[in-house]
Design a protein around this ligand. Structure first.
Ligand SMILES: NC(=O)c1ccc[n+]([C@@H]2O[C@H](COP(=O)([O-])OP(=O)(O)OC[C@H]3O[C@@H](n4cnc5c(N)ncnc54)[C@H](O)[C@@H]3O)[C@@H](O)[C@H]2O)c1
Ligand SMILES: [Zn+2]
Length: 400
């Protein structure tokens, strides 16, 4: 199946293309970039898999591995590279990384290690880890000698369906999430489901929040698949059962996500449906110093935005209830006393609007599979936000 998308503004200059070949999604944007997002069938670190080495294609590489992933998979990674490449061709850098040090110091540390190892313009960074590592190594690659190629091997569900597949890199700055960053396409994204087997339940749930986000605004069929399997889907991902279902869900979510991103790769259009779940969530993450992780923050934001849509009569009750039942069925904890602070939450919208050209563009669902945008002031006022938070607090108390 090949889908062609034409950017209406620059139709004659640019053809945005997304072609899908089984478990491979090829992303192309004219002459600007092209890369594949692969969902590997087997274990990419097994001795008989050539995939990663083919992508590296004899280029010198610094393999940056998050410390947690290195603790679990370090020996396998070391064995994979050392059995194929000479000592001069690669170096493995286990990197302590977390949301709390997703900053320029960590980016500089990666650049420093790259320089020490002697990476030149033809070399590569290979990033193996979660979304935080993808964003940080991505930013380092985009500024190292002005631009270096990089390969992503995301090891979390968030990474495989969202953080690892698009163009954006970034780190937090001066108290604002992902304030500094770049658009820097990878040369390839290699997704291996086996990495997900060592994630805990909460991390799978976090990834499902991103999948639910894209399903609600773009794909009713994906939403139904999650809805029909919400009691068992986390287990399926963790233990690797019903792989046909989890593959279909992950590949479909990645495709829908990429369709949205490809139509607007450099975000010249600031009304983006993929921002659903990402208006209140930066405040929730930063205010709790990442005590509430990205995925759960997105789920809380989905709940708030859906409740606002309902209060304004923009979504039918049945769709609203289906969204809340899904979040409940997946055991998302949607209430937290610390962040249900209407005043601070409202104030935090200033910096969101700043990034969206002065307009809030709050994404609300208007049914299952579609969404719309709200402006602050004329359409969304503080009273509506207050009411939405109160309603969610009382639903959450009822469900306990
Ligand atoms: N660039 C983008 O477009 C984009 C999109 C979505 C999210 N993000 C960013 O991604 C980040 C969230 O990513 P995340 O949820 O992957 O968080 P994360 O990178 O912090 O990973 C979550 C946890 O899982 C651990 N881990 C990773 N792989 C593992 C494995 N296979 N087995 C066991 N443990 C493993 C990590 O060490 C970490 O403790 C946020 O900073 C968010 O801003 C970026
Ligand atoms: Zn996200």
């Amino acid at each position: 199946v090949a889908e062609l998308k034409v950017d209406p503004e620059t139709a004659s200059m640019k053809v945005l293309e997304l072609s899908d070949c089984g478990n491979r999604i090829s992303v192309k944007n004219g002459f600007n970039y092209s890369y594949d997002v692969l969902f590997a069938e087997g274990d990419i670190l097994s001795t008989d898999s050539q995939l990663l080495c083919d992508v590296i294609d004899r280029r010198k590489c610094l393999v940056v591995v998050s410390q947690t992933v290195n603790m679990i998979y370090g020996r396998k990674i070391e064995h994979y590279f050392s059995s194929r490449l000479t000592d001069e061709a690669f170096r493995i850098l286990p990197l302590p990384i977390s949301e709390n040090i997703k900053n320029m110091d960590t980016v500089m540390r990666i650049c420093e290690e790259g320089k020490r190892f002697g990476l030149d313009r033809k070399s590569l960074f290979v990033a193996i880890g979660g979304g935080v590592l993808m964003d940080t190594v991505g930013l380092a690659s985009s500024i190292y000698m002005r631009k270096l190629n990089f390969v992503r091997v995301p090891t979390t569900l968030v990474g495989q369906v969202d953080a690892g597949i698009g163009l954006k890199t970034g780190v937090d700055f001066a108290g604002t999430k992902n304030f500094i960053g770049s658009f820097h396409p990878p040369v390839c994204v290699l997704n291996d489901f086996k990495f997900l087997h060592t994630l805990d339940t909460e991390e799978i749930r976090n990834g499902l929040a991103e999948i639910i986000k894209i399903a609600i605004v773009s794909d009713p069929e994906l939403f139904s698949a999650l809805e029909n399997n919400c009691k068992r889907i986390i287990g399926c991902y963790r233990i690797g059962s019903d792989t046909a279902l989890t593959k279909w869900i992950s590949v479909t979510a990645a495709k829908r996500m990429l369709e949205q991103l490809q139509a607007n790769p450099y975000e010249t259009e600031l009304e983006r449906l993929v921002d659903f779940g990402h208006t209140f969530s930066p405040f929730i993450e930063m205010h709790t110093r990442h005590g509430i992780r990205h995925g759960r923050a997105v789920a809380i934001d989905i709940a708030i935005s859906t409740e606002i849509a309902c209060l304004l009569g923009r979504i039918d009750i049945k769709s609203h209830d289906r969204i809340f039942s899904m979040l409940d069925g997946l055991d998302f904890n949607l209430h937290d006393e610390k962040v249900f602070d209407e005043e601070r939450m409202w104030q935090s919208l200033d910096s969101i609007a700043l990034r969206r050209g002065g307009k809030l563009n709050l994404v609300i669902p208007t049914g299952i599979g579609k969404g719309d945008f709200l402006r602050r002031g004329e359409e969304l006022d503080r009273g509506i936000l207050r009411q939405a938070l109160e309603n969610i607090s009382s639903f959450s108390k009822e469900s306990f």
